[in-house]
Design a protein around this ligand. Sequence first.
Ligand code: AHR
Length: 656
Amino acid sequence: MLKRTFLTLCAASAFAMANAQTQYTIAADKVKAHIQPTMYGIFFEDINLAADGGVYAELVKNRSFEFNMPLMGWKEQKKDGGDGRTEVINRAVERPENAHFIKSYITSDAGFYGFSNEGFRGGMGVKEGEEYSFSVIAKQEGDTYVKLNIELHGDNGDIIGKAELMPTDKEWNRYSVKFKSSATTPKAQLYVWMSGKGVIDLDMISLFPEHTWKNRPGGLRADLVQRLADLKPGFLRFPGGCIVEGRELNNRYQWKKTIGPVDKRENIINRWNTEFKHRPAPDYYQTFGLGFMEYFMTAEDIGASPLPILNCGMACEFNTGELVPLDKLDPYVQDALDLIEFANGDASTKWGKLRTDLGHPAPFNLKMIGVGNEQWGPQYIDRWKIFTKAIKTKYPDVKIVSALGPSPEGKEFDLLNKTFRSLGADILDEHYYAPAKWFRDNARRYDNYDRKGPKIFAGEYAAQSVSTVNPDNKNNWECALSEAAFMTGLERNADVVNMASYAPLFAHVEGWQWTPNLIWFDNLKSYATPNYYVQQLFSINKGTDVVPLTLNNEAVAGQNDSYATASLDKNTNELVIKFVNTSTSAQNVSFKITGSKGYQKQATVTTLKAESKDAENSLTAPTAVSPVESTIDISGNTLKLAVEPYSFKIVRLKNK
Ligand code: AHR
């Protein structure tokens, strides 16, 4: 009896809550802040097989035999009585950037001798009817000629594509041939058979889909870049992340080694190869097939402002923390200056000419550059000063992004924050990997920031469902909704916060080291997380100018478990309202809009919601949590809105 009464009371109070109407006010004629076009962007790092094995569409793993174990990913094969042997040759003196190749001796007239390549995570994603381009750099060594037979093997070892190639030169030369796949599989294997007695040298054995992003040869996975384009990002931060720093300095990212012909881009181990004992990735290397030219071009393709982050003479402080002595920083500083010239200089400059020669005469319009990734300590300040002086002397208009360390508070944060503010820094890069609750609790973080100080770049953030770097973290709805709540605070403070990006971006479902991530993929498919849809909805609905949205004259940042912001979109002549309900109850709300001549009768509503805070998307249910469009009628200047529990709503009202 008691239980029944209690339940009845609960139901009654939930009903009462659902029916009580909270009235918010929007002053549509009082612009508070201009929203920068850069506001919502992308953080890209080659972590979780994001580049090699991911967006870089190369299907062959270890194509140039530069892994520490030069034949990793390859397996010797023989069939029909074929025989031979293979040597791994190191020509480091002659070709330090691509030291290894293989020399195969085909010792039998009969049959075939060769190698198979396992691709990434046990296979290569290929699609029925699509064309693939095999290429190799080869040199015939003896008096006789060795012929290559290329085969693509499907799930049961059946041949699903094949081609022949006869290298004809006694000098190194590149050969290629195209063929179609007759089946779709995420786990095809490539076989490179050799026949005819003789000796042949092979390097850069490669297989690419013909269909890539913009169909560029040797390009990027079109489906994955499309996910980025669909975010309509304001900027693209690259190449990281900790890989900028390297575990040790000799393992840092060096942009000059990532441009030009791919066989001349020096491969190095990926620093995520060994980072987590619980997620080892011994076959994770960087070929730099996705190098700086590709990053700049991708940014341009998707309409994002490029934001390269450069090593500032410091290896990752979570690892070795190696430092370049201050009097030996010149080459590092020069890399930064040369990069600006590479991006913006005309063909009369050394680096501008190189960009032109690489096929891009137009400048990339670089406006900002990061000095260091996630650095901290006085050693960073010392190096930052040297970089800043050099960059500002030569390029006063280029804005410098300065790190504030890995945490949004504490001793290290305070030191950098205070110092860089006193030194007149342009943009401060804050990182927060924190519990979902932290995001809800910090929706007012920027309300009292100095309006005249440096701009803020929320450069890496993601709500962690368990704890940072915990492998059980999920991209669940509670995290995504809490990020949405927090982002209303970013947008409300757009006069201070000029840029924000979720991190990390990509993860291979079988090859990740870090979770959560914005987009998950396998060798063929991908899915966007609820967090992705939150980012996308903020980005495509950011508007141009923030206007006050208040409850009892206060910003809405947690009252009734609600978070909200409003902006004008002067391009489309609309008012955009974002409302986040993080409670388990439905809410009936209304918005009294002042300072407007009125709105067209019908407004559009986009709703992102889930029944449970644990809801996730997956490869099999990719859109379980995804935006749904509807319309709502508005009469006069008051909008009434029914907001479901655990939901994020965006309403766009068109001016009359
Ligand atoms: O996003 C993953 C890592 O988190 C980045 O590489 C680093 O900058 C941060 O610690």
